[in-house]
Design a binder for this molecule. Structure first.
Ligand SMILES: NC(=O)C1=CN([C@@H]2O[C@H](COP(=O)(O)OP(=O)(O)OC[C@H]3O[C@@H](n4cnc5c(N)ncnc54)[C@H](O)[C@@H]3O)[C@@H](O)[C@H]2O)[C@H](O)CC1
Ligand code: K
Length: 537
């Protein structure tokens, strides 16, 4: 797994590295050399480097120096003369570079900048890095707009200028990078909010050769889950399995209004590997589900006047639930008094439980001021996975704004820290999904935008349930198994987009692609471990 840091932790890491004997000036030299190396790979004849007032600019000045010494023609744009640059380290490297064979442009007009952009093969954006917050001031606001209008090939240093590296928020404009070369470790803002839209391809220059020895000394905002990390869950089934040893899932879901959600979740659980799946649904919609899923038994449950779970549903569901390896509750069940009772009843049982969709909305309704204010409601021994999207997550914590990855992680941590259990995981679903446990925040591979379609969450919940049933006995870190399920869901999105077209994917398409998605994930894992060459087995 690859660590992702907050900007505060990057500063702490730099201090630790300095204590170990590598100064910040040396880090800037290494950063600039790394940028130059990445730019050189694009084989430019003419490079334009835009620098700011701070150390991000310093990295750009070093890159200018290195590239010019390699015989590449380099123009450097700076807001002030090198002697007037306020940041000490950046001023030092700017003075040095200015004395070399580079062309300097101090505070160019918009037209002058446009002319420089026109002759550049590659533009290096070293205007603003982790020190940038708030709204853009002149001249950078104008520079950034001019660059984006010209749309050249852009390599951003550390962070695309204009992006707040703490949150991923873009207030005004932001450089649209083709590639972002980030230093030491990726910053959380590159994955949050507007970040993914501007970052382009992300490359990390670790710079410090003994990174492994120091990276554990700082807190990680999150960790990226790589294909090799989930390889354990991609193994073949042992030859001696039977349908019970593969694990069983009870899907507590559906209503007259939404029988389809129960159908999609149950079928996905079966496709994800569970040996036996059963649906418990309000009686009036049970037959529709039976017709759609001939291989899956459906138990009719007492219902209310709207065709949702009714007053007697709790005991019927809980009696059944005890017999399964894992229970998924929520898809399509609507928010009703009976549904609320069912969700609260399942929380009291000693069975691995996934709460999704309306089960979470029921929970939010049953608590005052957020579930984190009443952790006893969900404190339990058996594993509990909650899978809210950002809006459901906001409701769960009493209405806090959840609008991006950073605020989603904060909200999810409130929930898991209140209970303090290793067996509790919140999957904060969004453009970048975070898997949040007490100790770890994992970022599994994100899927394509095609996954943002109605019913996609029901498929994910089913994949998660099927995976839990199959692997429950062998799990060390629940966050990792959950990340595996999220990654498989992402792969179904890529496979479906390829087959049906990006905009045309509907949730039911994803279900039959769960198997192929596992193959894709398996191939990728083996390839990254060096056990598979080329396009696949
Ligand atoms: N961490 C590392 O691995 C290394 C990082 N390096 C680079 O240093 C920058 C961070 O440098 P810093 O000087 O702290 O900040 P910036 O260069 O990002 O910018 C500060 C500069 O920006 C101006 N500014 C701030 N807000 C605004 C605004 N709203 N509008 C306009 N201008 C603004 C302000 O004047 C400040 O002076 C990091 O990103 C890396 O690229 C090192 O090189 C070594 C390794
Ligand atoms: K930058």
């Amino acid at each position: 797994m690859k660590p992702v840091l907050s900007t505060d932790e990057v500063v702490r890491l730099e201090d630790i590295i300095e204590k170990e004997g590598t100064s910040k000036a040396e880090l800037m030299e290494l950063a600039g050399e790394f940028v130059a190396q990445e730019v050189e790979r694009l084989k430019p004849r003419h490079v334009l480097i835009l620098t700011g007032f701070g150390n991000n600019g310093g990295d750009g000045w070093v890159a200018a120096d290195v590239l010019s010494q390699k015989g590449i023609s380099v123009d450097v744009v700076t807001p002030v003369e090198p002697d007037e640059i306020p940041a000490v380290l950046a001023r030092h490297v700017a003075r040095r570079t200015a004395a070399r064979d580079v062309s300097l442009y101090v505070g160019p007009s918009r037209d002058e900048l446009s002319a420089l952009l026109e002759k550049a093969d590659v533009v290096v954006d070293a205007i603003l890095g982790t020190g940038f917050h708030g709204s853009l001031r002149s001249p950078f606001s104008i520079w950034i707009r001019t660059v984006n209008d010209a749309s050249p090939v852009v390599v951003s240093v550390d962070v695309p200028s204009g992006l707040d590296a703490r949150t991923g928020h873009v207030e005004d404009d932001c450089i649209r990078a083709d590639r972002t070369v980030t230093m030491l470790a990726p910053k959380i803002g590159l994955y949050s909010g507007d970040g993914p839209e501007y970052v382009g391809e992300l490359v990390c220059g670790e710079l410090y050769e003994k990174m492994d020895e120091v990276i554990g000394d700082v807190e990680h905002a999150a960790e990226i889950v790589e294909p090799a990390d989930i390889v354990d869950y991609l193994q073949h089934l042992p030859a001696n399995v039977d349908k019970y040893s593969r694990g069983s899932v009870l899907v507590v879901a559906g209503s007259t209004q939404y029988p389809g959600a129960a159908i999609m979740a149950a079928k996905s659980a079966a496709r994800a590997g569970a040996g036996y799946v059963c649906v418990a649904a309000p009686e009036p919609c049970a037959n529709i589900i039976r017709l759609a899923l001939p291989s899956i038994p459906v138990v009719g449950i007492p219902y209310d006047s709207r065709g949702s779970f009714g007053a007697a549903a709790r005991s019927a569901v809980c009696d059944l639930a005890k017999k399964y390896s894992c229970v998924l509750c929520g898809p399509g069940m609507t928010v009703s008094a009976g549904g609320m009772d069912v969700a609260l009843g399942l929380l009291e049982l000693d069975v691995p439980l996934i709460l999704d969709a309306d089960a979470l909305n029921c929970l939010a309704k049953a608590s005052i001021g957020g579930i984190d204010q009443t952790p006893e409601m969900y404190r339990r021994e058996a594993p509990l996975i909650m899978t809210p999207h950002y809006r459901e997550l906001s409701r769960l914590v009493g209405g806090d704004e959840v609008s991006d990855l950073v605020s989603a992680i904060d909200a999810a941590q409130k929930i898991v820290w209140a209970a303090g259990s290793d067996n509790l995981v919140v999957v904060a679903k969004g453009p970048t999904t975070a898997v949040v446990g007490v100790e770890k925040v994992l970022l599994p591979m994100s899927g394509p935008a095609s996954l943002a379609t109605a019913g996609s969450g029901d498929v994910l919940a089913g994949i998660l349930a099927g995976s839990m049933a199959l692997w429950a006995d062998q799990v060390d870190i629940w966050e990792l198994l959950v990340s595996y399920a999220v990654a498989i869901h992402s792969y179904t999105g890529f496979a479906a987009a390829e087959e049906y077209g990006e905009k045309s994917v509907i949730a039911t398409d994803l279900i039959d692609l769960i198997g192929p998605a596992m193959h894709l994930a398996g191939d990728e894992a083996l390839r990254s471990l060096g056990l598979l060459d080329g396009e696949g087995a």
